[in-house]
Design a protein around this ligand. Structure first.
Ligand code: GLN
Length: 483
């Protein structure tokens, strides 16, 4: 039963092959048995899950239907869940029980999902390896000595290991697409504003976006359907109708214009990944797509710009964790300054402290123009590159990551080496565009992802292309040994 996708679960529940309660019990037992190897969950919510599963079974018995009614999922532990610890992977929030549900959580609950628990993540979503979590590193089910990617590494490892069919995640600079690539999943970062950020603990507000992680494009369509839509509580949420994503999966790819940026294939890309990307291009050509070489000339400036903007916003967002209102408070503060200093010094880990310092520096008087303002100008250039490219092509295709998942600890002493791994993903966040990663093969037994980018609000196009690709390839069906 644990091998079922969301789409298969919906059919099984509709045909009364099993109940949501039965399925939930199987998955909870599987998590208890297998997760100690992976560390993908921070909290399990067994009681809530069984309650929601029973309620979904009652709703189905009363004639209700719906692709998510009775579907077990988990939430990345930065989505606020009422009365349940919402830690953000940090000691700072280890004692924090959210007083309300994030919009994503309440929308999915209303659609009938069953919350199995909260998944592990890099502290405050800062990282690409899920090693900065206060709750310990997450392991990649494809090779337990390797990282699962980050910052949504817990959601990715759990879904890849078949502990559950799908999970929510967030992507500020790649944290849905990169762990999807590292664990053989399909992950979608929607257009900025497509999914409400209300109740999603902020890292870098102008870049953060929630989205689905699942094994197939079809399942991403189902989960995104439950997450997307206008929310008056989020001033950056966009009041655009949400299309029926599942209905759009079967469009023909005949004549689809795919742009392949020449800058994507420079030094730094593992040549074995380059080969797999070429194979995926051939596969899409067989389905009728037309390939065109394009250029994104400002791509080389994206990493430095992102690593100024994201820390700058983080330094502001994280100032609320001061030991006064919520979160960790130090013992016996001598005065207010001591309270701030020690609460933050004890509550935040080294990567978070590093980013706060970089961000505060870049925003300070005298440096603002030199760093922050310049980074914002680069951001506009990156966006303009995409706008020009999308005048000529329908989607852009390339690798999701330059290398496969690295060994645990391999980049711990060199944060910049880890930052450089984000080269293909962060441009979409800077521009606010939707992006998807899907399985494209293996290198040394480790999964490789191919990334697709589309114009604003064309999530449906990404899902359509990925679904058609998955009808003709079987990379996404491979299961890690031992799971
Ligand atoms: N690796 C990037 C960072 O650390 C992206 C993280 C994310 O998307 N949350 O900022």
């Amino acid at each position: 039963m644990h091998q079922l996708t969301l789409a298969e679960i919906a059919r099984g529940l509709a045909d009364k092959k099993f109940s949501s309660e039965e399925l939930t019990k199987v998955l909870l037992a599987r998590i208890t048995q297998l997760d100690p190897q992976l560390n993908s969950f921070i909290s399990l919510t067994e009681e809530l899950a069984l309650e929601q599963a029973k309620a979904a079974d009652v709703r189905r018995a009363n004639g209700e239907s719906g692709a998510l009614l009775g579907a077990p999922i988990a939430h990345k532990d930065l989505f606020c869940t009422q009365g349940i610890r919402t830690s953000c992977g940090s000691k700072m929030l280890d004692n924090f029980k959210a007083p309300y549900d994030a919009t994503v959580v309440s929308k999915l609950a209303a659609a009938g999902t069953v919350t199995l628990g909260k998944t592990n993540m890099d502290e405050f979503a800062m990282g690409s390896a899920n090693e900065s979590s206060w709750y310990g590193a997450v392991k990649n089910p494809w090779n337990l000595e390797h990282v699962p990617g980050g910052s949504s590494g817990g959601s990715a490892a759990a879904v890849a290991a078949r502990l559950l069919p799908a999970a929510t995640a967030t992507d500020t600079g790649g944290s849905i697409r990169q762990p999807a690539a590292f664990t053989n999943l399909t992950g979608l970062k929607p257009t900025y504003g497509r999914v409400s950020r209300w109740g999603m603990i902020a890292y870098a507000s102008s870049l953060d976006q929630g989205g689905p992680l699942a094994r197939t494009a079809e399942d991403c369509a189902i989960l995104l359907q439950g997450m997307a839509g206008f929310d008056p509580n989020d001033s950056t949420s966009i009041d655009e109708p949400v299309p029926d994503y599942a209905a759009g999966l079967n469009g023909s790819l005949q004549g689809l214009r795919i742009g392949v940026p020449k800058e994507y294939f420079g030094a730094g890309l593992d040549p074995r990944i380059a080969d797999l990307i070429q194979n995926s291009i051939k596969e899409l050509q067989k389905l009728g797509a037309v390939i065109k070489e394009i250029s994104l000339p400002n791509m080389q400036h994206a990493i430095p710009a992102y690593y100024v903007i994201a820390p700058a916003e983080a330094s502001s967002n994280l100032s609320r964790f001061d030991g006064v209102r919520f979160g960790h408070r130090c013992e016996d503060p001598k005065n207010l300054e001591d309270l701030y200093k020690r609460s933050r010094g004890e509550g935040f880990g080294p990567e978070v402290q590093r980013r706060i310092m970089v961000g505060a520096y870049a925003l300070s008087a005298g440096y603002y123009d030199a760093y922050y303002l310049k980074a914002q100008k680069i951001r506009r250039l990156v966006k303009n590159d995409f706008m020009a490219a999308f005048n000529e092509v329908d989607i852009i295709l390339g690798p999701t990551t330059p290398n496969p998942a690295w060994k645990l600890g391999a980049k711990n002493s060199d944060p910049v080496a880890a930052y450089l791994e984000d080269v293909y993903t962060i441009t979409a966040n800077l521009a606010g565009l939707p992006g998807l990663s899907m399985p494209a093969g293996f290198v040394d037994g480790l999964p490789v992802g191919v990334q697709l980018l589309a114009p604003y609000f064309q999530e449906g196009r990404l899902l359509n292309v990925a679904h058609q690709y998955q009808l003709h390839t079987d990379w996404h069906t491979r299961t890690p040994t031992g799971f």
